[in-house]
Design a protein around this ligand. Structure first.
Ligand SMILES: [Zn+2]
Length: 74
Protein backbone atom coordinates (compact mmCIF):
# COMPACT_ATOMS: atom_id res chain seq x y z
CA UNK A 1 0.00 0.00 0.00
CA UNK A 2 1.06 3.55 -0.44
CA UNK A 3 2.75 5.33 2.40
CA UNK A 4 2.00 8.68 0.85
CA UNK A 5 1.06 11.03 3.62
CA UNK A 6 -1.56 13.63 3.14
CA UNK A 7 -2.33 16.92 4.70
CA UNK A 8 -5.64 17.34 6.39
CA UNK A 9 -8.30 19.37 4.63
CA UNK A 10 -7.67 22.24 7.02
CA UNK A 11 -3.97 22.18 6.32
CA UNK A 12 -4.55 22.14 2.59
CA UNK A 13 -6.87 25.11 2.93
CA UNK A 14 -4.24 27.07 4.83
CA UNK A 15 -1.69 26.36 2.13
CA UNK A 16 -4.13 27.38 -0.58
CA UNK A 17 -4.96 30.61 1.18
CA UNK A 18 -1.31 31.57 1.40
CA UNK A 19 -0.63 30.75 -2.24
CA UNK A 20 -3.62 32.73 -3.43
CA UNK A 21 -2.30 35.73 -1.54
CA UNK A 22 0.91 35.34 -3.48
CA UNK A 23 3.02 33.86 -0.73
CA UNK A 24 4.98 30.70 -0.33
CA UNK A 25 3.46 28.76 2.52
CA UNK A 26 5.38 26.82 5.12
CA UNK A 27 4.64 23.18 5.65
CA UNK A 28 2.01 22.96 8.39
CA UNK A 29 3.84 20.01 9.87
CA UNK A 30 7.49 20.99 9.52
CA UNK A 31 7.30 24.79 9.31
CA UNK A 32 9.81 24.83 6.48
CA UNK A 33 9.09 26.68 3.24
CA UNK A 34 7.40 24.49 0.68
CA UNK A 35 8.48 24.17 -2.91
CA UNK A 36 6.06 25.62 -5.44
CA UNK A 37 5.92 24.06 -8.87
CA UNK A 38 3.48 25.28 -11.47
CA UNK A 39 1.95 22.38 -13.37
CA UNK A 40 0.88 22.38 -16.95
CA UNK A 41 0.68 25.31 -19.26
CA UNK A 42 -2.51 27.22 -19.44
CA UNK A 43 -3.05 29.11 -22.64
CA UNK A 44 -2.88 32.84 -22.32
CA UNK A 45 -5.17 34.94 -24.41
CA UNK A 46 -8.26 32.84 -24.01
CA UNK A 47 -9.65 34.99 -21.26
CA UNK A 48 -9.46 32.10 -18.91
CA UNK A 49 -6.43 30.40 -17.61
CA UNK A 50 -6.41 27.42 -15.44
CA UNK A 51 -3.22 26.82 -13.60
CA UNK A 52 -2.37 24.21 -11.11
CA UNK A 53 0.33 24.36 -8.52
CA UNK A 54 2.07 21.60 -6.75
CA UNK A 55 3.18 22.41 -3.23
CA UNK A 56 5.78 20.00 -1.97
CA UNK A 57 7.46 19.76 1.40
CA UNK A 58 11.01 18.56 0.98
CA UNK A 59 11.18 17.46 4.57
CA UNK A 60 8.13 15.27 5.15
CA UNK A 61 7.41 14.69 1.44
CA UNK A 62 3.79 15.63 1.79
CA UNK A 63 2.40 17.43 -1.20
CA UNK A 64 -0.80 18.97 -2.37
CA UNK A 65 -1.98 19.98 -5.84
CA UNK A 66 -4.69 22.49 -6.43
CA UNK A 67 -6.00 24.94 -8.96
CA UNK A 68 -4.86 28.52 -8.65
CA UNK A 69 -6.94 31.24 -10.18
CA UNK A 70 -5.03 34.27 -11.24
CA UNK A 71 -5.99 37.64 -12.53
CA UNK A 72 -9.40 39.17 -12.48
CA UNK A 73 -12.51 37.30 -11.64
CA UNK A 74 -15.34 37.26 -14.09
ZN1 LIG B 1 6.57 18.93 5.90
Amino acid sequence: MSDTARFTAAEEQAIRDTVQRGGTPPCPRCEVPMTRRPIGGGSFGLGYQRQREWLLCAQCRRSVIFDVKRGTRL
